[in-house]
Design a protein around this ligand. Structure first.
Ligand SMILES: CC(=O)CC(=O)SCCNC(=O)CCNC(=O)[C@H](O)C(C)(C)COP(=O)(O)OP(=O)(O)OC[C@H]1O[C@@H](n2cnc3c(N)ncnc32)[C@H](O)[C@@H]1OP(=O)(O)O
Ligand SMILES: NC(=O)C1=CN([C@@H]2O[C@H](COP(=O)(O)OP(=O)(O)OC[C@H]3O[C@@H](n4cnc5c(N)ncnc54)[C@H](OP(=O)(O)O)[C@@H]3O)[C@@H](O)[C@H]2O)C=CC1
Length: 290
């Protein structure tokens, strides 16, 4: 099993900054890379905000926060981050972008480096196929919000070695997560089950069965879900939800996964949920409407 000391996280969006946060808290040295300086600044601000909350609750000290922050390096240059033991990719859910990135990572990183993807649904085997290290490519699928949710789905590509799998299990454990082993099929377990429910809730809005609030209330009050499916879709990001549905639809060639036209419409309008302040709810003035 490889001894992991340094982790590079690629993509500083909501998942990337969460993965960086838990990695720093577990004592790893972390590089956080994004193509946008603004996203890096926002990512670090979110990590500091979370730690400030923990300080105010007396769970960590200012000194502990400073020590963890000293182990973080941010950069917009991929070349600057590749000399690490483990890379965790968390860029947008696009097969093309991720494959291009994995090919570049393979060219830049030492041959022993493990390349993990936080993809929600895309085939790990196909990402591995653009590299020359299929045995060291694996899925490491965290849940949102990363600091709170206990699960990591660990997805073995066709060529993932047992050593890579065991190393990633050990890292997940050190991050305080419970791992579940999953084989490489579209949407894995989590999104094969969650996303059709969200898509069905969107169909219910589209067909005028009820408004978003009513649908969310049914699932929260009737089924004890912490968030209703539409609130959760806004939280995940409607662009990500659509990409996942498209992967399921294409991957299984089954019409039961057809993305709802209303979801497509919202994404094409730039209504991406919380991250764009508008989705099934309006977050622009702290106001929410469906
Ligand atoms: C799409 C994919 O590929 C996979 C996915 O991730 S699917 C999405 C999976 N995630 C979910 O389903 C989340 C469902 N929602 C929830 O579990 C809850 O609403 C929630 C945990 C997000 C918030 O919980 P809540 O009780 O409504 O709010 P709140 O009281 O503010 O927060 C509870 C705790 O979480 C913490 N928290 C909430 N959001 C946080 C965040 N973004 N970062 C860090 N901590 C956070 C709070 O600080 C609080 O901590 P303490 O209990 O220690 O004080
Ligand atoms: N949202 C969720 O609930 C979950 C998402 N995931 C998965 O995690 C991944 C990230 O999702 P999420 O964090 O929500 O997305 P976000 O949109 O919040 O963040 C993605 C980040 O990646 C950056 N980025 C895009 N292309 C590159 C690149 N080539 N190199 C470096 N950075 C890049 C984006 O920058 P810019 O804005 O400049 O393009 C953005 O900052 C996706 O694969 C998603 O499916 C997994 C679990 C849960």
């Amino acid at each position: 099993m490889a001894d992991i000391k340094q982790i590079a996280v690629i993509g500083a969006g909501q998942m990337g900054n969460g993965i960086a946060e838990v990695s720093l808290s577990a004592g790893y040295s972390v590089y956080l890379m994004d193509q946008s300086k603004d996203m890096l600044d926002r990512g670090v601000a979110k990590i500091e905000h979370n730690w400030n909350k923990l300080i105010s609750k007396g769970r960590i000290t200012e000194q502990e926060k400073s020590t963890k922050l000293a182990n973080l390096i941010t950069t917009t240059t991929l070349e600057a981050v590749c000399d690490v033991d483990l890379v965790i990719e968390a860029v947008v859910e696009s097969k093309q972008i991720k494959e291009e990135l994995f090919a570049r990572l393979d060219a830049l990183a030492p041959s022993a480096t493990i390349l993990a993807s936080n993809t929600s649904s895309l085939p790990i085997t196909a990402l591995a196929a653009v590299t020359n290290r299929a045995d060291r490519v694996i899925g490491m699928h965290f849940m949102n919000p990363v600091p709170v949710m206990k699960l990591v789905e660990v997805i073995r590509g066709l060529g993932t070695s047992d050593e890579t799998y065991q190393t990633v299990l050990e890292v997940s454990k050190k991050l305080g997560k419970k791992s579940v082993e999953v084989n490489d099929f579209p949407g894995f377990i989590s999104n094969r089950i969650l996303m059709p429910m969200i898509n069905e809730a969107i169909y219910a809005v589209y067909e005028g069965v009820a408004n978003a609030e009513a649908i969310d209330d049914v699932m929260k009050l009737g089924m004890n879900h912490p968030m209703g499916p539409l609130e959760l879709a806004d939280f995940i990001g409607l662009d990500t939800c659509l990409s996942i549905m498209e992967t399921l639809y294409e991957g299984f060639a089954d019409s039961k996964y057809r993305p709802c036209p209303l979801l497509k419409k919202y994404v094409s309008a730039g209504w991406l949920g919380r991250k764009s302040n508008r989705g099934f709810y309006d977050y622009r003035s702290g106001n929410r409407w469906s």
